[in-house]
Design a protein around this ligand. Structure first.
Ligand code: RFL
Ligand code: PHB
Length: 397
């Protein structure tokens, strides 16, 4: 089999890249290790930056998001038993959309299959070859048969644990990493969100986040030990801890309901540089990870796909590799700013095991500053809604 671009991974990065390439008349095949129902059911991110929302609308896959997504014009930061609103709309003129990552994935898969384009689900033993400079090749097995996919370029969109990044010679990539001494226990609960906006809460027992997925489903997170066994977190223990950490002087609290899903995620910051090796381009979590406190991971994955699609479009339409050559540099400028923001939000809101009383007071002073100074609040809001894209008009209308 032969195609122009072989895409490994059907997460937000791979699916968005495939769709943008399709719109530019560039052929691609997506090779995905999991089944369609698995990737469509994987519960992860929930906050779309304004630029991500605009892109989904501009490329014709925003219809369900416009109907079912929840537009949020502000967020709340809580500490010392009080919540303080950051009015993003007023501070930046922009907002974010709360719409589950798996819903974005469903919309992109449907659009791709509707266009008659190919996704190979449940591909086993995926491996990539000859991408240093020759003619790249992806090998995989499907239903016990060996397959080879020849291509001009490979897009490694296979997430943090994928095969593409480890296939690059180790001396060709530099890695910058920070592992945090905590994780997030995330739950979905059948309970109506008890208020309309997200609450990021700093509490002496640890961070907690109140979010939502729909008018009947609340999404909640608790800072926990990353080594915790989820079996040790009974539903009662989770609710006790959530209600304790969210306790506010005005009596607000999340509604309690049946927990339908729970899992623990470790937290790290990770960047690989460059994001290209020969004819292999890494995009999304395959190249970088942020702690979820800034809600940036999926948005960065989509921003990478956008930069890569534009560079490939320039190559196929004009024969120029200039944008492909700039791919890493263009993406990394945005990625490092998102890394900085995600690290800062994480540091401000979590309890660190080695923190002193000085650190604790400084953390509360930072929250007090950011929620009382309009200048500081505007900086937070500008980053939260998403910094401007390099090519704001590229996919407009
Ligand atoms: P994905 O989504 O991991 O997709 C990679 C795909 O590649 C497949 N794959 C392979 N396919 C073929 N061969 C192989 N050898 C393969 N190995 C893996 C996988 O099955 C999968 O389908 O990466 P992508 O596309 O780069 O997208 C990144 C995002 O998923 C991630 O950054 C976000 O979920 C992060 N994140 C958040 N991002 C936001 O923008 N806003 C948020 O509010 C937000 N909240 C979160 C988050 C991530 C979280 N967790 C669980 C890590 C909240 C949480 C709790
Ligand atoms: C979510 O709703 O899953 C969510 C919201 C905000 C974050 C991270 C996750 O910062």
């Amino acid at each position: 089999m032969k195609t122009q671009v072989a895409i490994v991974g059907a997460g937000p990065a791979g699916l968005m890249l495939a769709h943008l390439l399709h719109l530019a008349d560039i052929e691609s095949v997506i090779i995905e290790a999991r089944s369609r129902s698995y990737v469509e059911g994987r519960i992860r991110a929930g906050v779309l930056e304004q630029g991500t929302v605009d892109l989904l609308n501009a490329i014709g896959v925003g219809e369900r998001m416009r109907r079912e997504g929840l537009l949020h014009q502000g967020i709340e930061l809580g500490f010392a038993g009080k919540r303080h609103r950051i009015d993003m709309q007023q501070l930046t003129g922009q907002a974010v959309m709360v719409y589950g990552q798996h819903e974005v994935v469903k919309d992109l898969i449907r659009a791709r299959l509707f266009a008659g384009e190919k996704i190979v689900f449940e591909a086993d033993s995926v491996s990539i070859h000859d991408f240093a400079n020759g003619s790249p090749l992806v090998r995989y097995e499907k239903d016990g048969m060996h397959h080879e996919l020849n291509c001009d370029y490979i897009a490694g969109c296979d997430g943090f644990h994928g095969v593409c990044r480890p296939s690059v010679p180790t001396n060709a990539l530099a890695v910058y990493e920070r592992v945090y001494p905590f994780g997030w226990l995330g739950v979905l609960a059948d309970a109506a969100p008890s208020q309309g906006e997200l609450v990021y809460m700093n509490h002496a027992n640890g961070f907690a986040l109140f979010s939502m997925r729909s008018p009947t489903v609340t999404r909640l997170y608790l800072q926990c030990d990353p080594a915790d066994d989820i079996a040790g977190w009974s539903d009662d223990r989770i609710w006790n801890e959530l209600l304790c950490r969210f306790k506010c002087s005005d009596g607000w609290e999340p509604n309690v309901g049946r927990i339908t899903q729970k899992s623990i995620t470790p937290m790290r910051s990770f960047v690989t540089e460059p994001m290209q090796f020969g004819r292999l381009f890494l995009a999304g979590d395959a190249a970088h990870i942020v702690p979820p406190t800034g809600a940036k991971g999926m948005n960065l994955a989509i921003a990478d796909a956008r930069v890569l699609a534009r560079a490939l479009a320039e190559f196929y339409s004009a024969g120029s590799t200039a944008r492909l050559g700039d791919y890493s540099q263009t993406c990394l400028r945005r990625i490092w700013k998102a890394q900085r923001f995600s690290w800062w939000m994480t540091s401000m809101l979590h309890q660190f095991p080695d923190a002193s009383q000085f650190d604790r007071r400084r953390q509360i002073a930072e929250l007090d500053y950011v929620t009382s100074s309009q200048i500081a609040a505007r900086s937070l809001a500008e980053n939260y809604v998403g910094l401007p894209m390099e090519d704001p008009d590229q996919w407009a209308g």
